[in-house]
Design a protein around this ligand. Structure first.
Ligand code: DQA
Length: 145
């Protein structure tokens, strides 16, 4: 079963928007790096991005039927979305939360995460390398079962 790697709003602009905060790598670079690492780890992945909350909810539902784990950077929905939290609560496998920036070093409204109420682990402030670190941890979690 694949690992779903889900990305929320504005991450399609990664590498272009606020590079001083998010770096110069694009989301395609991140997807490529994850695909290469997944192959090494013997995992299959589904890598998605949407600017629409409901689409992210739908992918989490898909992961419920077809996925072994979810790695999610919910972006701004981290701080607002009860719907994404509820969807993750309906998913049984491991959930890892990724933030490219260190949200705790930033504005107070970024310090609270709805998704952290469900996540088994959180990575923040490791840049786009955080996705690969999460994937390595996911390999341990799904193989340990
Ligand atoms: C983010 C942090 C969020 O606060 C922000 O809204 C994002 C990206 C990150 O990866 O650092 O869009 O999730």
């Amino acid at each position: 079963k694949p690992i779903f790697i889900l990305n929320g709003p504005n991450l399609n602009l990664l590498g272009k928007r606020q590079p001083e905060i998010y770096g110069r790598a694009t989301l395609e670079d991140v997807a490529d790096a994850c695909a290469a690492l997944a192959e090494d780890l013997g995992l299959s992945i589904r890598f998605h991005q949407s600017n629409h909350e409901g689409q992210i909810v739908d992918w989490i539902h898909q992961a419920r039927d077809e996925g072994a784990g979810v790695i999610i950077n919910p972006a701004a929905y981290t701080h607002t979305s009860v719907a994404i939290l509820d969807a993750l609560n309906a998913f049984d496998g491991p959930v890892l939360e990724v933030h490219i920036s260190n949200v705790h070093k930033r504005e107070a409204f970024r310090h609270h995460s709805y998704v952290s109420l469900r996540a088994d682990g959180v990575i923040a402030g490791f840049g786009t390398e955080g996705y690969q670190l999460a994937l390595r941890r996911m390999a341990t979690l799904v193989k340990g079962k």
